[in-house]
Ligand binder design. Structure first.
Ligand code: PFF
Length: 434
């Protein structure tokens, strides 16, 4: 449940719909699903196995399983990605927190206050909510990764799904929504290009919390009798389903906005997919509900989204914090204060310059995480050896060796996943230079 809490977050409700809009709809979804299934799922199983076997933070885990300079480097890379992703993630999480107040102020007729909170370009306001969000994250991390996360995820996830479904039903009562649905469900294969595959792979890693050791760290808390493969399948299914639902709400909502006269496409017929897209479209939808229902759905949606973001920021911060605790002998409190302080300062800079969000997301979600995943596959197959990983996975998975799983997973982790990730990264780099 904690891993599902890490996976389900802004990546599903902000990242996925923005990417779908940016990459032409259904064709992106198709490639995204393929990436989750053939790269994400095998890598998630690998992270859980390494974590549970070593019971360490990412750097310590790789060091424990093999010697040399390469293994600790994979962990350090993850620590850096965690820190850099947090710098922009916190700003968006701050927006979701702010919109809870925006909905309340709007309902109470305090239009100046509600417009102030809704202004995503206001650096001072952004920094306040960013800091509040970080303080909440640090507060929970200082107390250790608590059982509360699991309990919160268990209750909040079904409610989030329910609210999404009700909102989807509501959006389809408007003209224009069916056009959005068409774009969302009918793939235009001519849209598939290197850039789309690059974005889909990055989005899969980001959304599933892979490539930086977050799920490896959570794997280190797994019990020996828990089935790693089953857990990974559940986390992947929950994460993908919530992303698909979020897109089903936001893409048709964009077309509804177009119907009411708002421009949503550029001259080439591509959707405007900015970082702020979700926060432009959704509050308008809640406002159209009007009165108390608008407040009820608007405020509950942003509360749920803030909670989902919180269970993700906790896992992002836990990676660098546990690294400093284990490898540099800091107390949990000290480690949280130092890492949290540095990240908070950097996030404040981003909150004043929101165009950094796109740049950081492209570098660290689309390149950083898949590269981390690639190194993890190489490590598992050639350093630790997949036979040892299979031995670990056997715990909690009776009859593992009776089926095809060990052979198939080995081929994926040793050849298919690293080859595909390397191919996507190298082709994108080549296109960029050429
Ligand atoms: N998976 C989270 C989301 O979809 O919002 C973001 C994330 C959390 C990425 C933890 C990476 C990570 F290690």
């Amino acid at each position: 449940m904690a891993a599902a809490g890490s996976a389900v977050g802004l990546g599903n409700i902000w990242g996925f719909p923005t990417q779908v809009a940016d990459n032409g709809g259904a064709s992106f979804i198709l490639i995204y699903l393929i990436c989750c299934l053939i790269v994400g799922l095998p890598v998630m199983i690998a992270e859980f196995a390494i974590g549970r076997n070593t019971r360490r933070n990412p750097v310590g885990a790789f060091k424990k399983l093999s010697s040399g300079w390469f293994p600790p480097l994979i962990g350090l890379w993850g620590v850096m990605c965690g820190v850099m992703i947090l710098c922009f993630y916190l700003v968006i999480a701050g927006w979701t927190l702010g919109f809870i107040f925006e909905e309340i102020f709007y309902y109470m007729g305090m239009s100046t206050a509600s417009n102030w909170v809704a202004d995503l370009g206001n650096g001072f306001k952004n920094s306040i909510f960013t800091v509040l969000f970080m303080l909440a994250t640090m507060g929970i991390i200082t107390g250790g990764v608590s059982n509360g996360i699991e309990r919160a995820t268990k209750t909040l996830m079904p409610v989030l799904i329910l609210v999404l479904i009700i909102m989807i039903g509501y959006v389809f009562t408007f003209d224009g929504s069916v056009e959005g649905l068409r774009m969302y469900l009918l793939p235009d294969f001519s849209m598939i290009n290197t850039n789309l595959v690059f974005s889909a792979l990055g989005q899969a890693f980001f959304s599933l919390s892979l490539g930086m050791g977050a799920l490896l760290t959570y794997g280190s808390y797994l019990k020996k009798n828990q089935n790693i493969v089953e857990s990974a399948v559940y986390v992947t299914i929950a994460d993908v389903c919530i992303a698909i639902l979020a897109g089903l709400l936001i893409i048709p909502a964009m077309f509804v906005a177009q119907y009411s006269g708002i421009t949503i496409m550029d001259d080439d017929g591509r959707l405007f997919a900015s970082t702020t897209l979700v926060f432009d479209v959704l509050p308008n939808l809640f406002k159209s509900m009007g009165g108390f229902f608008g407040l009820l759905f608007g405020a509950s949606f942003f509360i749920l989204l803030s909670m989902a973001a919180l269970t993700s920021t906790i896992s992002l911060l836990e990676v660098p914090v546990s690294y400093f605790i284990d490898e540099h002998r800091l107390s949990r409190r000290r480690s949280t204060l130092i890492v949290g302080g540095v990240v908070m300062a950097a996030a404040i800079v981003v909150s004043y310059n929101i165009n950094f969000i796109d740049i950081l997301a492209t570098i660290f979600n689309n390149v950083g995480l898949p590269l981390g995943g690639l190194m993890l596959c190489v490590f598992l197959a050639w350093y630790w050896k997949s036979e040892n990983a299979i031995e670990e996975i056997k715990h909690g998975f009776e009859n593992l060796e009776d089926g095809y799983f060990p052979a198939v997973w080995k081929i994926f982790i040793k050849y298919i996943c690293p080859f595909l990730i390397a191919l996507v990264l190298i082709t994108t780099l080549y296109n960029l230079i050429a």
